[in-house]
Design a protein around this ligand. Structure first.
Ligand code: DP6
Length: 350
């Protein structure tokens, strides 16, 4: 195995993960979503990716390092992605590319790493494109292009190139919305949502049995598919209204409906995917009881896995911390949870 030694051009981006509130579940064509989705960008859960490149006399050559070690598994996936990208970015064929990546969150923490890793890689590639072509894009065009390139790697990654709130997919009521790239939310949500916290309760961190790719694929023949896409559009509209007026109760209602609908779809797919664990349901029950009794502003959402995200305004932080400590840690694997919150989006490091 030859290790490339490169002393020249280096680009590095740190890009965060995101949690969808309106879920993308079902795709068609080349990574196009069946419905529009809306997500909150996280602050702490991020991937750092460094790209070193130099001109190659032959064809594209790629090396991929994760946590300092060359990773054959990731490298193969990255090569497939980059080969597909060559029609969009023909210059890739003329370069040696060395990627070195690491995550700020622990492996098997139940945080989807494809959104942060694919967005970090896409940002590096678009920065490289600017450098090798000598054509600098306007800021909004840069991020639009990065979102588009990220989407081709992983749909949810298209939303991670923006801070705070992003939407992806054509939606009535969202100006200039597109299926091919995400955009920042086109209004400023009410201040109750401005510093939203996300406590990620780790119920089970063993690798999941149903990949998102398989889940999206199963939607193609899912008997509820048409109804689901209609529901997602209605939920998106309702969520945006509650975010504009600052109605946390209706926000919670929609967000929780989306999370449970995703799992409903998973459970009724063929083959089915039952990803929730007894601890997930116990947390959901406890959250609803706590909210009824204390009127605390708190909502749960769930990714395609058993871990529960608790969303809450900063004014409720103390209450929520105590609630987690006293009542929820018992359902977390080894008492583990991750303290995250809404973040400002990617940062160029080099
Ligand atoms: C449940 O973006 O991981 O997190 O496009 O196949 O890479 P691919 O799928 P991916 O799917 C994410 C599914 C989800 C919901 C969401 O993030 O919107």
């Amino acid at each position: 195995m030859t290790i490339l030694t490169m002393t020249n051009d280096i680009i590095s981006w740190k890009s965060p993960s995101n949690i969808a509130l309106i879920k993308y579940w079902g795709k068609h064509g080349v990574q196009l979503p069946q419905n529009a989705s809306l997500s909150m960008t996280l602050k702490n859960a991020a991937t750092n990716t460094e790209l070193q490149y130099r001109h190659s006399p032959n064809d594209m050559e790629v090396q991929y390092f994760f946590d300092g070690e060359r990773s054959q598994i990731f490298e193969e996936k990255v090569i497939i992605y980059l080969e597909r990208l060559k029609s969009e970015m023909p210059f890739l064929g003329d370069y040696y590319l060395k990627f070195s990546s690491s995550n700020s969150f622990p492996h098997s923490a139940g945080i989807a790493s494809s959104a942060s890793s694919m967005s970090a890689m896409a940002l590096c590639l678009v920065s490289m494109e600017e450098e090798v072509s000598g054509k600098k894009l306007a800021k909004s065009d840069f991020f639009k292009r990065a979102s588009h390139i990220a989407r081709l790697g992983s749909g949810s990654a298209s939303r991670s190139v923006y801070g705070s709130w992003s939407t992806w997919g054509v939606a009535e009521g969202i100006k200039n919305s597109s299926d091919t790239y995400a955009s920042p939310l086109d209004f400023s949500p009410h201040e109750v949502f401005s510093g939203l916290g996300d406590a990620i309760l780790l119920v089970d961190t063993t690798p999941k049995k149903v990949s998102s790719s398989l889940g999206h694929h199963l939607m193609k023949v899912h008997p509820y598919a048409t109804g689901r896409y209609r529901q997602a559009a209605m939920n998106l509209e309702a969520l945006m209204v509650s975010m504009q007026v600052g109605d946390f109760d209706s926000f919670a209602c929609v967000v929780e409906n989306e999370a449970l609908s995703l799992h409903g779809l998973l459970m009724t797919s063929s083959p089915e995917g039952l990803l929730l664990k007894p601890g997930s349901l116990q947390i959901i029950d406890a959250v609803r009881q706590f909210r009824n009794e204390t009127r605390t502003k708190i909502a749960f959402t769930i990714d395609a896995g058993p871990n529960i995200h608790l969303l809450y305004p900063q004014t409720e932080r103390e209450n929520v911390m105590q609630f987690i400590e006293n009542e929820l840690l018992q359902y977390c694997e080894n008492g583990r949870w991750i303290d995250d919150e809404i973040g400002d989006g990617p940062e160029r490091m080099k």
